[in-house]
Design a protein around this ligand. Sequence first.
Ligand SMILES: Cc1ncc(COP(=O)(O)O)c(C=O)c1O
Length: 372
Amino acid sequence: MTDRVMSSGYMQWAKTHLQAQFNLASSGLEPYPLAKLPVKIEDLELTGPSFYGYEPLQKALAKKCGVSSDCVVAAAGTAMANHLAMAATLKHGDEVLIEQPAYELLASTAQYLGADVRRFVRSFDNGFRLDPDEIARQTSTRTRLIVLTNLHNPSSALVQNETLKQVGEIARRVGALVLVDEVYLDALFEDAPATAFHLGEEFITTNSLTKVYGLSGLRCGWILAEPSLAKKMWYLNDLFGVIPAHAAERLSCIALENLDEIAAHARRLFETNKHLLNAFFKSRDDLDWTPHKFGTVSFPRLKKGNVDSLCTLLAEKYETSIVPGKFFDMPQHFRIGIGCETATLTEGLARLGKALIAINGRRYSKSSGSGD
Ligand SMILES: Cc1ncc(COP(=O)(O)O)c(C=O)c1O
């Protein structure tokens, strides 16, 4: 038997390498400051009536998602939401089918739980599109859970409802469930489809206010599941987190009341930054890329040269961070996040351009970068 996975290599890297001056590695929006939330000290309390949920927060999340409160399980971020969702649906030895490339914690959490992890491929040449035929090919009668992200991390590709329904069909045929991590879906703002939870009883979804709204510190995450499964998750959470920090629950309610304003700020920033990223891509012939349409991250491929060397040079000489593709098992790619301040992105991309020139030893840029 292989050793049980007891840690996440990606999280260890992220917690120690993300904090460059020009941070293009983060997949979320720059932090939304507490000072911009209309909070009075009387709105807060340290301890309160939070048992299997804090009722005002349960109601606010249920309203946002268009579901009844008994389908909502609050969790410490989407990370814990995914953990709870998997822990409640997988037994040791169960087969779980996870997209490839994927956010590393999805696979390591399933492995920690003793699941037999299988992968289905989303290919770069196909725009990282979700291909139901590929999922059907990789599904077996032992498959208990199919796991995907929408929008996709690392590419931001969107999965349409029609495709999700086909995945639900495949899952139903073998008695499996589908877990859709929707932490990036709100980056479509008013164009965002409703949560996949509404597509059928096979679907469990997870989300949080972390990435799109810059509210990571609240750890306001949630799972949507049918009520009996939701109850199982609440009881399981007694073994993990017991109860959340009540002040964070109160602040989350205030954030949800003001979400339109927070979203407007986020939308403006992502829109501006998207154009900068696409202009950068167009200026280069050392990268394979697809135009960035929406979402917080992009996943180009380096045509020639070593991505780890690029990341090291970029960090050490240019104080800029990106995520090496090896954490997504695609070592020729890297992930760029565009949720930082526009000035940071502008300078970070300029520095990335210089590092790209330096590692390839010649000037690849079509623009007139100085190439030091
Ligand atoms: C797909 C995906 N799910 C979950 C998370 C964790 O989100 P949270 O900060 O809400 O726990 C991340 C973080 O990068 C992610 O990319």
